[in-house]
Structures are given as structure tokens and as C-alpha cells.
Ligand binder design. Structure first.
Ligand code: 4AD
Ligand code: MG
Length: 430
């Protein structure tokens, strides 16, 4: 018999097939047994009917516990009443293992308990839906950049220097030297952009952030495009296009999962470009009106991030931040040299910053001065300085956080649900 995955079942109408998976749930009523089988690609009901309750198939079925692994043999039947539109008329099953009593039951469990059992929690319906959408978001990101002629240039995770500031670096040993886990591939991207024009890197980023919020991970995934000769405006448009592309993909392909998550899709459906935009200076009084006491030079926190949604009812772009709150590499605005040509994209509904980026300093003297002001060791950045000596070029880029984007799309309460094994402050198990 042919081994088929549940997601492909529609192609096997009235055929005898075999499914391999785990018992999600079961029910019996008299001469009928109902098994809910999951195989990672979906959930399907397998029914077994027999007038003789002592028959061997029923004995096997009755011995199954939650999450037992098994192979089901049967015929695919179309049934409009069944979730997914199909069910299996079971002719036989092979038991691979009768599972021990499964710790995660349909009753409510506390977060601590679920996090301790993350390796099993992944199998539940909600977690499955979030992580399935993650697969589609990641594929959409790659399709977007590959489709626009970007070259994927992966950057190292072990690095000799900081990108986003020294306070959140993880330090490790690199033979007889010190090394740090990468916070961002950006600086290396700037070099590959000079070699390939437009590039992106896509990988994990590590931040030793002592913030215990529902939006911070210690290890997260980030896609970072970098475009030679692009200015701030170009990169804002690129970010808008990327978000619209991702949203379109998820809304087209993953309605089912969004429904499982009970996500109200109306706010997602209305996303379109151009996104509302304001400078840092323009947004301050609006935030103050809403009760924030943020002043010039202050960073946005969770309350401000929630206010963005109330102000714009759409993801928004904030630009032209005070230089002092941004990284050393940000290009100052000619007209307002105390501000930089940076942009942050914020989700609505309080989901926080999705994208951070902007235009980079391309002037040699200015970069040298900034490295000094930020007390960064010149030796470690010598190669980066070189890029400003040999055919320097205005250039811009950004980083989009996969988990932030996914948390927003799925409407998860906490970012821990958006990655299979979240690394959180003080949690590295499992
Ligand atoms: O704003 P960030 O720190 O920007 C950079 O790293 C730039 N070097 C990127 C670039 O220009 N190439 O981070 C970019 C995005 C944020 O907007 C957010 O979505 C995500 O990365 N991010 C986090 N996601 C989860 N947990 C954290 N601790 C995050 N820190 C940043
Ligand atoms: Mg940022």
C-alpha cells in the first residue's frame, strides 16, 4: 500500500493507502471506533466499524494511548462533514509503540510546565499552526529576495566584534582569542554588497539582553538585506514590499492555521503600502498626548509601541532618530546632523518593532570619528573601514525579525511560541 501524508490525501480518493503517525485522540461508540491521527502535515479521522466488538482490530485500537505511534491502513473516503473533507475507512492498524501516559492533556497547563515540555508541546494543534506559518513566512522571505535578484550571502556567527553595541554580546573562546556570537550580519553584508550589489543574509542572531518581555528572545532569526547605492527611501519601500509580500502569502495559503489560532485577520487584510510614516520628532507629541512621558533622546518602550497601533491602525515607519540612541554606523541627516537616516517599522496591535535599519555612513572620516566616539577598538573594524577606502558607496539595509513578524501575524501573546525551541532569559532547557 502507498504511504501518503494527510496533506496530500485529496489525491487518493477511494484508494487504499497507508498513513503513519500518532494518535491525537480517540472516541468509541458501540460498533464504531474513531481515531484522530496526526502525521505532522495534518489531522484526519480514521473510522473502524465492526459488528463484533471482540474482533482483533478493535482490541488493538482499544489499547492505544494518546500519542501512541501507529500505521493505519484503509480507504480514503470523501466526506463533507469531516474536518478537511476526508476520512479513512480503517481496515487494519500496526502499532509501533504504545505511548507512556502523555503529560500534556487537553486540560489547561501552566506556562512553566509547557516550557519544560516544549519538546512535546510542539505537537499540539496551536503550536503546530504557529510553526507551520513560520515555515511559510521563511519561504516567502526567501522567494521575495531571490525573486528580486538579491544574492544570498551568509555571514559568520562567530565574530571578533560588535555590530549592535557591546552591552548584549555573548562572549566565547576562539582558540587563544576572544570571539562573540553575532548580533547581526550587517557589517559583513556591507562588504558582500560591494561584491554583489544587492545581498541578504538570513540566520540566527544572539543578544544577551536582560529584558524579560513578551517580545524578546536571546536567540532569534533575522533576514537582512543590504543594497549598494540605495538611500533611506529605497530601503523603506523595500521593507514595505517585503511585509506586504509575506502577508499576502500567509493569507493565501494559511487561512486554516489562522483560524485554528482564532486570529482576527481583518487588521492583516488591510495592510498596504505606503505605510504611514513619521519622524521621531513628529511622533513625540502624539505619544505625549496619549500619556507617554517620552522626551527627545528617549527610546520607545512597550507602552509607546502599543500607542503606534492606536495612532495609525496599520504598521508604521518611524524615521530620523536622535543619533545618540542609534548604532555607530548610522548616516546622519544632512539637514539635521543630530538625527540619523534610520527607520524602524512597528506592527500595530502592540506587537512591537518588526524592522530596524537605515542608511549607513559611507564617508571614511566620519566613520573613524564615530568608532572613536563609541569607544570601539579600531583594529577589529579595520576591514570595515577599508570598505570606505576602496570605492565607497552610499548604501542601506535593514533587519526583519522572523519571530516578531510571526508573533504579530499569528497574534501570539508571547514570542516564545514563534520558534521551536525558544532561548529566553534564564531558560535554555530543553
Ligand atoms: O533593530 P535591530 O537591532 O537591527 C539590527 O540588528 C541591524 N543591524 C539590522 C540591519 O540593519 N541589517 O534588529 C532588527 C530586528 C528588530 O526590528 C526585531 O524585529 C528583531 O530584529 N529583534 C529581535 N527579535 C526578537 N528578540 C530580540 N531580542 C530582538 N532584537 C531584535
Ligand atoms: Mg532596532
Amino acid at each position: 500500500m502507498t504511504w501518503v501524508y494527510i496533506e496530500d490525501i485529496a489525491g487518493y480518493r477511494d484508494k487504499d493507502i497507508e498513513l503513519r503517525g500518532w494518535l491525537y485522540n480517540k472516541r468509541s461508540s458501540g460498533k464504531i471506533r474513531f481515531l484522530q491521527l496526526r502525521d505532522g502535515t495534518g489531522l484526519i479521522q480514521c473510522t473502524a466499524f465492526n459488528p463484533d466488538k471482540d474482533n482483533p482490530l478493535f482490541k488493538k485500537i482499544d489499547s492505544l494511548t494518546q500519542e501512541s505511534s501507529l500505521i493505519v491502513f484503509g480507504k480514503v473516503k470523501e466526506d463533507p462533514r469531516a474536518p478537511g473533507g476526508f476520512e479513512i475507512e480503517t481496515s487494519d492498524i500496526d502499532i509501533v509503540q504504545i505511548a507512556d501516559e502523555y503529560p500534556i492533556t487537553p486540560k489547561e497547563h501552566g506556562t512553566q510546565f509547557l516550557m519544560e515540555h516544549r519538546h512535546l508541546w510542539l505537537r499540539s494543534r496551536r503550536q503546530n499552526a504557529v510553526l507551520q506559518i513560520r515555515v511559510d513566512v521563511i519561504r516567502a522571505i526567501r522567494d521575495f529576495f531571490d525573486g528580486r535578484g538579491f544574492r544570498n550571502m551568509d555571514t559568520p556567527f562567530l565574530t571578533p566584534s560588535a555590530c549592535e553595541g557591546t552591552s548584549t554580546l555573548f562572549e566565547t573562546e576562539y582558540f587563544d582569542q576572544k570571539a562573540f556570537l553575532s548580533q547581526s550580519g550587517q557589517l559583513y553584508n556591507e562588504a558582500t554588497a560591494a561584491a554583489f550589489g544587492k545581498v541578504y543574509c538570513f540566520g540566527p542572531a544572539f543578544r544577551a539582553e536582560k529584558s524579560k518581555t513578551r517580545k524578546h528572545l536571546i536567540e532569534f532569526w533575522m533576514v537582512e538585506p543590504e543594497v549598494a547605492f540605495a538611500v533611506l527611501e529605497d530601503i523603506i519601500e523595500l521593507g514595505e514590499d517585503l511585509i506586504v509580500f509575506i502577508m499576502d502569502r500567509v493569507l493565501t495559503r494559511r487561512r486554516n492555521e489562522l483560524e485554528i489560532l482564532e486570529r482576527d485577520t481583518a487588521p492583516l487584510e488591510r495592510i498596504k503600502k505606503p505605510f504611514p510614516r513619521m519622524t521621531y520628532e513628529e511622533i513625540l507629541p502624539k505619544l505625549n498626548e496619549k500619556g507617554s512621558d517620552i522626551k527627545w533622546g528617549g527610546d520607545f518602550g512597550a507602552p509607546e509601541e502599543t500607542m503606534f497601533g492606536e495612532i495609525f491602525h496599520h504598521p508604521c515607519c518611524i524615521t530620523h532618530f536622535p543619533a545618540e540612541i542609534k548604532a555607530f554606523y548610522m548616516q546622519p541627516d544632512e539637514k539635521r546632523p543630530d538625527t540619523v537616516l534610520g527607520v524602524d517599522f512597528f506592527a500595530d496591535e502592540g506587537y512591537g518593532e518588526l524592522i530596524g535599519g537605515g542608511q549607513r555612513i559611507h564617508d571614511l572620516k566620519l566613520l573613524e570619528q564615530r568608532l572613536k566616539e563609541h569607544k570601539l577598538p579600531r583594529e577589529a573594524y579595520e576591514w570595515y573601514i577599508d570598505l570606505r577606502k576602496y570605492g565607497t558607496f552610499p548604501h542601506s539595509g535593514f533587519g526583519l525579525g522572523v519571530e516578531r513578524t510571526l508573533g504579530w501575524i499569528c497574534g501570539t501573546k508571547h514570542i516564545r511560541e514563534t520558534i521551536p525551541f525558544p532561548r529566553l532569559l534564564y531558560r535554555i532547557y530543553p
